[in-house]
Write a protein that binds this ligand. Structure first.
Ligand code: 13P
Ligand code: ZN
Length: 274
């Protein structure tokens, strides 16, 4: 037995591989963090080593104190994760003040957590609070159609949510709150991490202009499915405007309202309609 046999680690690796197969993870693109349940920590703890030093994070996430996360490593390639998970992935523990982490498993070649770790931790903090602990996943990828749209559409939640909702009927059902958008900013720590986490209070998905997307979910299926659905809608939207027919036929505001009522979408964000 090893840490890699744990069901949660297998599920995590499968999601990384699925993202790679979708073409969302060129080179070292993208990162994934998962907040372990207490039962999973108990199951995996025999493989943990608590001798590493604490590393300060420059942010404070008090409600994540003493939580454990599986994270991809900075500079690691998603295409290699299934082949050498122990080198590409690590498990980190957050300290009791919520302002430092230490590696307790993995990163066998000496890697550190993803450069987007501050964004991930701020997003986890917001989502843990907002969902009563339900959401455990933050996933960042570079899907190309949604990134294309950031060169075309106004960089607003209204423009993006409206375009995506009107393209595929399932979209308002899958992300009734809509999607948030961050204008171009330097990736990594700082302003972009704070801005993204503020948007995560309202949205489960946030688009980064000329870069990619962050999503949050309770399970691997939900987080992956959200990224997949948004990217598919963006692709169809792009195909349609490429054919020069965009204005011919889309789902109308009235039809969107009907969908929200029929499916009892209590979180449907009517403020993003005209
Ligand atoms: P990391 O290799 O540090 O995870 O960075 C990849 C990325 O997508 C940065 O936005
Ligand atoms: Zn990125």
């Amino acid at each position: 037995m090893s840490m890699l046999d744990a069901e949660v680690v297998q599920e995590y690796i499968r999601m990384c591989d699925d993202g790679w197969l979708q073409g969302w993870h060129e080179r070292n693109a993208g990162n994934l963090t998962y907040r372990l349940t207490e039962a999973e920590v108990e199951e995996c703890e025999i493989y943990f080593d608590y001798t590493d030093d604490w590393v300060e994070m420059d942010i404070s996430v008090e409600n994540l104190a003493e939580e454990f996360f599986i994270t991809t490593g900075a500079g690691k390639y998603f295409r290699n994760i299934a082949l050498d998970a122990e080198d590409c992935l690590g498990v980190v523990e957050i300290n009791e003040d919520g302002d430092a982490y230490r590696v307790v498993w993995g990163f066998s070649g000496g890697a550190v957590p993803t450069s987007e770790f501050p964004s991930h931790m701020l997003n986890h903090s917001i989502k843990k609070e907002a969902t009563d602990g339900l959401n455990r996943i933050i996933y960042h990828a570079h899907p190309e159609a949604i990134v294309s749209l950031t060169s075309i559409l106004p960089l607003t939640a209204k423009a993006f949510s409206s375009a995506l909702w009107r393209t595929i009927t399932e979209c308002p059902i899958v992300f009734p709150a809509g999607v948030g958008v961050v204008e171009w900013m330097m990736p990594g720590a700082g302003e972009i991490a704070v801005k993204t986490s503020e948007l995560m209070e309202t949205f489960d998905a946030v688009v980064w202009a000329a870069h990619g997307m962050f999503v949050s979910g309770a399970t691997f299926d939900l987080a992956f499915g959200l990224m997949h659905t948004i990217e598919k809608s963006a692709r169809i939207y792009l195909n349609t405007i490429s054919a020069g027919k965009r204005s011919l036929r889309t789902i109308t505001d009235t039809q969107l309202r009907d969908i929200a009522e029929t499916f009892d979408l209590v979180d449907f964000n009517y403020s993003l309609l005209d």
